[in-house]
Design a protein. Sequence first.
Length: 336
Amino acid sequence: MREDESDWFARWEEELPSPEELMPLSQSLISPDLALAFDIRSPSQGNGNSNQPHHHHQTTTTPTTPSQLQLPSSQANSSAEFAADSADLGSGGAAGDEPARTLKRPRLVWTPQLHKRFVDAVAHLGIKNAVPKTIMQLMSVDGLTRENVASHLQKYRLYLKRMQGLSSGGGAGSDPATDRLFASSPVPAHFLHPNRVPSSDHFMPSFVPIATLQQQQQMAAAAAAAAASNPHLQPAQFHHRQIAAAHFGSPTNGGFHSPTSNGQFGSPTSNGFGSPTNGKFDPSFLARQTQQQQPIHRMSTPSLHSPVGNYVEDLESANANGGGRTVLTLFPTRDD
DNA sequence: TGACTAATAT
DNA sequence: CATATTAGTC
């Protein structure tokens, strides 16, 4: 049975999105235009995690066409002429406040990869501890906010409920596009059986959330740079109508991957969680991520250099529904 | 106060 | 419809 442990782990690793598919979220969130807007949202919401851009190195293994690299300045958009005066981008006018502060971030798009990470996190945490903040931390996806997770979690829960109800009936399959995303990731058994607790339960020997510390300053710098370059796109600009969708296609070890062999992770708290569904687990592994303001000390990860995220901005007409929506695609829209 | 969930808005 | 945002509660 011990093998099971390593087995599941191996399986888990395998299922994880390959580095090529993984990527740092925030980076994508922060498109040039957005760079300006990437700032945090409401002042009151401490926002456990703001977004922090990482700088990734290009892994030599990025066979992908080198063509799309770097930030295209998004000028691809038609509005390249936003730049003009730097002074007031603020709301035009009068009040000129801090636009960056009030900007809204683009809608997060839950790609299968992202969702997978989400499910993995939830599975490993156990429904009990699977609350937005924890999930978010475990996912360790740069740029993901607690609210993003909360929202998704809500929906996921509904989905699970639906599944439960359906499963007893018989089965038929549901293929509505609605579940498409959720279907992309297997739902851990316990999820469907809230009451059942596997005797041998306990997975997650020592899961280690790597990344998690990011530098806000860098982000600020980046923003500043972006701002300088593209002085403004005030919210009003985004406000209504389309932005460019950023597609990501870059490998990144985000931090989810485990360096098995190298396992330097020896995290101080590499404890095996207690039981996900049973006892209480020590969130120590969460490493108190005290808000932001951390000295950019990257962990000594073996080789956590991530490739630069070469994302391309694409205008996604998105839907033909009511009108253009601004959407940000994080991962390469690669369906599984 | 901060976080969670449910409800509602976009 | 998928997310985001708000509101009520703990």
